[in-house]
Design a protein around this ligand. Structure first.
Ligand code: RFL
Ligand code: PHB
Length: 395
């Protein structure tokens, strides 16, 4: 098989890239390790930044999102025994977020691919990337034991943190920056009405988060030690612990019910630089991971893909390679901004096992400062909303 761009991974990054390239007249094939049913069953992100929504709207991918998504203006922060406050993104930036599940977005992207006959190959085993330093790179894999090969001009590595693409970068080219946090998030999805706002809580028992997917579907998380096992957390224990971490009135307003999904995610910050080598580009979780505290992972996948699709379209349409050459640097500016604010919010809102009394007091005073200063709130609102996308340089 031959194509212009081989896309490895059919997560949100890979499937969005396939659709943006198609709209620019660039041919591509997507190669995915898992089955379509598996990809569509993953429950992950739920908060779309204003810039993400804009990209989806501009490319005709927001019809269901505009119908079913729940627009909101910012987020609340509460902490034990004190009055909380609201980071009002709409007031400071005139922009709104949309609560819309990654699961739904993934369905919308598959529907777009189906409408236009985009080739997505599932259940590809032992995916390998070859010749990324040559003008004719290849992706090779096995399907049902048979060896398969795709020749292309470029490869987009959209295969997530554990994928094959980043590992195909030469060791002496790649620099990796990493921070692993000493706790995880235990999350549940429940068919119950959510609280009206997204509420982050800092409590001596640990961090908690109240979020939403729809008016009848809520998503909650509590900070747990890394060695926690799901079996230790029947629904009753989860609800009790969640409520214990919120102020009284909020705890009373939380509607409990059965969980329809329950999982534990460890927290990590990770950035691989550069995001391009030779004919290989990295996009999304393949290049970087953020702890979920900033709700940034999916949004970064979308901004990487926006820059990458624009660069490849300029190359195929006008023979311009300047945007391809600038891709890594351009994408990394936005990546580091979101990595930084996710790390900041993680430090601000969690109880670390090795926290000293000094650390604790400094954290409390940081929260008090944020609550009292409209300037600090405006700065956080700007970063929580995500930096605006950069215009393409003229030429
Ligand atoms: P994905 O979604 O991991 O997709 C990668 C795809 O590549 C496939 N794959 C391979 N394919 C071929 N060959 C190989 N060798 C392969 N290895 C893997 C995989 O099967 C998969 O289909 O990466 P992508 O597309 O970059 O998208 C990134 C997002 O999924 C991720 O950043 C977010 O889910 C992170 N995240 C959140 N992001 C937000 O913006 N807002 C949020 O509110 C938010 N909440 C979250 C989150 C992630 C969470 N977890 C569980 C990690 C909440 C949680 C709990
Ligand atoms: C979610 O709705 O799953 C969610 C919301 C905010 C976050 C992380 C996850 O920071």
């Amino acid at each position: 098989m031959k194509t212009q761009v081989a896309i490895v991974g059919a997560g949100p990054a890979g499937m969005l890239l396939a659709e943006l390239l198609r709209q620019s007249g660039v041919a591509c094939v997507v190669i995915e390790k898992h089955s379509r049913a598996h990809v569509l069953s993953r429950i992950r992100a739920g908060v779309l930044e204003p810039g993400t929504v804009e990209v989806l709207r501009t490319h005709g991918l927001a019809e269901r999102l505009d119908r079913e998504g729940h627009a909101h203006d910012g987020m609340k922060i509460v902490w034990a025994g004190r009055e909380g406050f609201f980071i009002d993104v709409r007031r400071h930036l005139g922009k709104r977020f949309v609560a819309y599940g990654q699961t739904q977005l993934q369905e919308d992207l598959y529907a777009a691919a189906d409408r236009h006959g985009t080739v997505v190959i599932h259940e590809a085993e032992d995916v390998e990337l070859h010749g990324i330093d040559t003008p004719r790179p290849q992706v090779r894999w096995r399907r049902g034991g048979e060896p398969m090969r795709l020749d292309c001009d470029y490869i987009a590595g959209c295969d997530g943190f554990h994928g094959a693409a980043r590992r195909a970068m030469p060791r002496d080219v790649l620099r990796e920056y990493e921070k692993v946090y000493p706790f995880g998030w235990l999350g549940i999805l429940s068919p119950t009405p959510p609280l009206p706002d997204i509420v982050y809580a800092n409590h001596p028992r640990g961090f908690a988060l109240a979020s939403m997917r729809s008016p009848t579907l809520s998503r909650y998380y509590v900070q747990v030690p890394l060695e926690t096992r799901l079996e230790e957390w029947p629904d009753e224990r989860f609800w009790e612990e969640l409520k214990a971490r919120y102020p009284r009135e909020m705890a009373d307003a939380i509607v409990t019910g059965p969980s329809i999904e329950k999982s534990i995610a460890p927290l990590r910050s990770f950035v691989a630089e550069p995001m391009r080598h030779g004919r290989l580009f990295l996009a999304g979780d393949a290049a970087h991971i953020v702890p979920p505290t900033g709700a940034k992972g999916l949004n970064l996948a979308v901004s990487d893909v926006f820059y990458l699709a624009r660069a490849l379209a300029a190359f195929y349409r006008e023979g311009r390679s300047a945007l391809i050459d600038a891709y890594s640097e351009t994408a990394l500016r936005r990546v580091w901004s979101s990595v930084r604010v996710s790390w900041y919010l993680t430090n601000l809102l969690h109880r670390f096992p090795d926290m000293s009394e000094f650390d604790q007091r400094a954290q409390e005073h940081e929260l008090a400062y944020l609550r009292s200063s409209p300037h600090a709130q405006a700065a956080l609102a700007e970063q929580y909303a995500g930096l605006p996308f950069e215009d393409a340089p003229p030429g």
